[in-house]
Each structure stands twice: as C-alpha cells, then as structure tokens.
Design a protein around this ligand. Sequence first.
Ligand code: PMP
Length: 403
Amino acid sequence: MSSQQQANAAAAHRWREAIMPTYGTPAVELVSGSGCTVTDAEGKTYLDLLGGIAVAALGHAHSAVTSAVSEQIAKLGHVSNFYSHEPELRLAERLLQLAGVGDDGRVFFCNSGSEANEAAFKIARRTGRPGIVAADGGFHGRTLGSLALTGQPEKQRPFEPLPGGVSHVPFGDVAALDEAVDEHTAAIVLEPIQGEAGVIVPPEGYLRSAREIADRNGALLILDEVQTGIGRTGHWFAFQRYGIVPDVITLAKGLGGGLPLGACIGVGRAAFLLEAGQHATTFGGNPVCCAAALAVIDTIESEGLLEHVARLGKEIIAAVERLDHPAVREVRGAGLLLAVELNDDIAPAAVESARARGYLINPVRPDTLRLAPPLILDGQRANDFVRDLAEVLSEAAGGEGKN
Ligand code: PMP
C-alpha cells in the first residue's frame, strides 16, 4: 500500500468511528483549497470540478470572500432576528434587484436549500389551498417538508408519513402539469434544470407553460434555484433564460460562496403570506454569511463571470462532443452545470479514475457524471480535463486508456 493509500485508509477508519453513516465513506481527506484546486492530507492536489456541489462559486479561499468574512466577523458576527443589520439588508436589496422584482419582493434568509424550500412550502400552505404539484425526479432537500416535495420515492419511503398534499408529475411534460393543476393547487414546485436527477434540461417553453398554468389556476409558481441560481447557468437565475418571473425563488449553495446561507424570495402576494411570528430560524441572515454573499455577487459582476460561465459551458460541451468517445451518450447542461451521460453504468469507476488523475467529479447517477466547478474555472484547465476525460472513460469502460 502506498503512503497515500495508507493515509486515506486511516482517514476512512476515523470517519467510520465518528461520523453518523448517512454518507458513504469518503475517498480522501481534504485539508485546504485555493482557487479551483483542493489539496488532500498527503499533499496531492485536485482540480475541483464539483465545487462542494455547486457551492464554491468563486472557488476556494477567494480573497473577496475571505476579506469580507474576516472583516465582518471582527465587526459583528451574529445578531438575533430581533435586530437588523447592514449586510442582511444590502443582500436582500441586491437579490431583489438581480431577480428583477425590486419593491415587489421580500426575502427570508435561512441556512440551506432544504430550509429555503421549507419556507416556500409554508408560503404555499398559507394560500389556504391543500395541493402542491412537483416533478418526478426533482430534488428539493431531505428535511421532511422538502423531502415531500422531492420526487424520488426511494428517498421518501423510509420516512413516511411525509407532509401531505404533494403530487408529482413527469418533468418537462406540459400536458401532465396542466392536468394535475386545478383550483385546489396552492403551488407548482420545479427546478428550472433538475440537478440531482442528472442535470435534466426541460424542453424549451416548459417553464413558460408552467407559469401560464399557475396563473390560469391561481396557483403560485415556486422555482427551486438552489443549484441553478447565482450565476451557475450563466444568468443570475435560471428563470431569466425563459423571460418569466416566479412567485417564489429558493436559493442556497453558491449564494454564500462556501458559507451556509439560504434564501426564500417571495414576489407579489407570496412576499406577504408568511406573517410575523409564523416562521423563523436563529441563524437566518447571519451577518458573516450575508457579507460573504455580497462579496460573491460583487465579484461575479466585476469579473464578468456570467458571460464567462455561459461561454465556457458551451465550450466544454462542444469539446466533449468532439472527443466522440464511444462511452459518451450525451453531454448537456447550461453554463457550468453540466452532465456527461454514459452508455453504461461506469460513472463511479470514471470518478475514481478521474481522481487518480487529479480531478474531482461526481457520479450524479450510475451512468452520469456531473460537473459543477467554480464559476472562475479557466478554459485551459477545462481543456486539460476534457483531454484527460477520454482516458478516464476508456479506463472506466475497461479499455485502459484506449478509445
Ligand atoms: N434543492 C436543490 C435543487 C438542490 O440541488 C439541493 C441540494 N442538492 C437542495 C434543494 C437541498 O439543499 P441543502 O442540501 O442545502 O439542504
């Protein structure tokens, strides 16, 4: 066994002795990160194409984030929601402006994507209507309310009974959505692009139809932008690709640039359905997390990262297509939320082979690799990865480096 393998085995042992077994045993122990790379306990460096699963928007230890965080924690680290503070107010105003809803919106801050969706769920309940229509395959979190919205029965079954009233329809199917939504429907809940289901991009026009169906039935349209929001698809919000505005937008992941921060944005009547005393969370709107988020947003803007993300995403898709590798069925996505679907269930093997070559990627499904790298990823590194992907896939398919 190499010293690298010995170190990994020792770390895995400690993990098993101390951590509740909700996750598989991790492959490596990471100790530091800088830019688009992370380094493990043995000093091996990896290109992080997973970004903490779409969290490290500016990569690791970006000076804009580290300065904002250290300045804010030295100034005011936390206040209860009995009091307001500058970073929270500025961030809320900024998000409303970026979403294009200005005075018509209000923000509830929380700590995660699941929590943002719990708030959205409670907003839907406050309409007084019982039903929620969500999508098969959709992922909205693992807390009980967000799990009820999640359209993956195998994740739900061990925890039944879940909060009721939620039905699921095939994602991307306008007729099925139209059929399911009626005057008893409080809300339609969708991801603009389904992330955990395998980066599934719905047919053109689907979200516009969802908006129209919600309006016609007096239901809210809730879009879960936890994975797609804050620049990930080359727009501030993925809904902006379709020229619609939802009633509720949920955010987390990249928003805090590595700090835990979620947000539930209500627009129009949805901004006021939760009344004083009806919802709360201790850490929501924490000043340090909000300061980090402001730094993330400022940097995305000042460095022109939306355009960069849109362009680089297209370049990566084209480059993977040019590989014309027999293991690849399809490469898809938007901006830097990408999936490489394979002809066989070799994604876990490909992830290992990629890691050995210094790349961190994720098997979002047994036959699909997901890339959600930092938005600052540069073209050269992306090219290097695509070049090495051919060998990675051949090795995973059993061809040991041959196409
Ligand atoms: N919604 C979406 C679309 C997600 O991708 C995720 C996380 N993968 C969540 C909600 C849940 O977020 P969290 O893990 O921060 O609770």
